[in-house]
Design a binder for this molecule. Structure first.
Ligand SMILES: [Zn+2]
Length: 96
């Protein structure tokens, strides 16, 4: 069994591995964390198909979590804008 969190696959064949992670206080407000979403999936790898579990860890503090989501969205939008600008510059160079 594998757990996926923030696009990183953590080998959690030992269920206890999951608990210390949750016990880590929130790095933003120091509050408690919780598993918000668990989704089962399959992952194709060299040794075949392995069952994986996607879990999203959120902060129990609603204000903190909301702020985090807003920031994440801003970051994503910013990165997309930078990428677009870069592609525009590239296209401009090709034309020149
Ligand atoms: Zn928090």
């Amino acid at each position: 069994m594998h757990y996926v969190e923030a696009f990183v696959i953590i080998d959690a064949s030992n269920m206890n591995d999951k608990v210390p992670y949750l016990e880590q206080p929130c790095e933003r407000c120091g509050g408690k964390k919780a598993i918000s979403k668990v989704r089962n999936g399959k992952l194709q790898n060299l040794s075949g198909v392995s069952k994986i579990e996607y879990s999203q860890i959120i902060c129990m503090d609603k204000t903190c979590q909301k702020e985090f989501e807003t920031r994440l969205q801003e970051k994503t939008e910013k990165e997309a804008a930078i990428k677009l600008k870069r592609e525009e510059n590239k296209a401009a160079r090709v034309r020149a």
